[in-house]
Write a protein that binds this ligand. Sequence first.
Ligand SMILES: Cc1ncc(COP(=O)(O)O)c(C=O)c1O
Length: 449
Amino acid sequence: MKDDNFLRENNARHLWHPMGHPGALQETPPTIFTGASGVHLHDLDGHTVIDAVGGLWCVNLGYSNDALKQTIAERVHQLPYCSNFGGSTNDAAIEASFAVREFFADDGMARVFFTSGGSDAVDTALRLARQYHRLRGEPGRTKFLSLKKGYHGTHWGGASVNGNNRFRINYEPLLPGCFHIPAPYTYRNPFNESDPERLADNIVSAMADEIAFQGAGSIAAFIMEPILGAGGVLVPHASLMPRLRQLCSDNGILFIADEVICGFGRTGSWTGSRHFGVKPDMMTVAKGITSAYFPVGGCLVSDQVAEVFETSGADGAIFTGYTYSAHPVGAAAVVTCLSETLRLDTKSNAGPRGTQLYEGALRLQEKYDFIGDVRGGTGLMCGIELVSDRDAKTPMDMDIMTRVHKAAYEAGTNTRLGANNILMSPPLVISEAEVAQIIDNLDTAFATV
Ligand SMILES: Cc1ncc(COP(=O)(O)O)c(C=O)c1O
């Protein structure tokens, strides 16, 4: 490995980072991480910080799961790659598919199509939804519905159903036939409705109206995150997801639950769908499926969807997929990660630690009047929205957001900014003392505003 000076001199010089400005990052280079342990990240300057972001909502098992590390190392030696197109497979892929099916049995999922990450999984789900309707003799069902503020990755399909214009406008025009329903965002919404249940009523009405307007027979699928993560940790009223699911069933529209963040215990239940008592037609997963130690995602389908594909003629063949679909190292990582997730019962820690984080953030809101909204309390994800004027809800200036982020980091906690929101989704194995430290460090950072 090159020395520290080399790393600093070449930082962001030859690498364009996702979700960042390449010029600005040359001016203000990104933090260089060189190691991690437990729930901590270690940087080149010698700081050790709690990773309150859990990588990117993904390092659910923390950074020190030796079983997972060992599995990956062994697999690389045994079978570093194997194509899974058509006529070949690998032992780990078979085992991983069995483990995934068992993990998601209570959600009614019957088959998995492995991908390299969440964006691939979403794109696969959207494609398979269209193909499903063609196979059933309704090729006119091609449109997609989704929620504003939802995040579904960055492939063309996922970006088209994304509900945040930051990820859209530079790349438009996107896929035609994608329509967006208002988000369960009590702090800001077009209905001026702060009550979560009444907001859910409005959203259900808006979706029913959109379905009638588009014509149910033209819509292939609706996709939503059970709790909207990157959009700011928007926790809907418990009635919303079941009612939207019902609306889809009534109109022949496939319901896709995007569980890329919510899956694998983050909500305090094994899946967000299960948390809200919904059985979707399809699910998309990634991140926690390997705790991000190896890039893997998946599109899962129910028995009923599987049957349509498996019993149809030649048109049932799936002509999409990735070189790394069911990668033997990734598949082995899935098997170990799922068994570690169950062994450590991470969902049972996510619940109380999530409540602790949320309540701590609410206490900070009482102390600092620039905290406009605090969202969370359902599992281990929390959003703190900063405003410069609480009455006008004016989003906090980005310079101040950056300053708060830096101050929190210097105090000992790594957070993530999503516009004027501080977003947190720590590893699900975090301890009570570590969550307390996050709150203390945020307090220190807010005191600098
Ligand atoms: C809900 C959701 N769907 C899809 C994606 C895209 O996943 P990836 O970044 O692995 O492509 C993400 C990523 O954050 C996500 O949060």
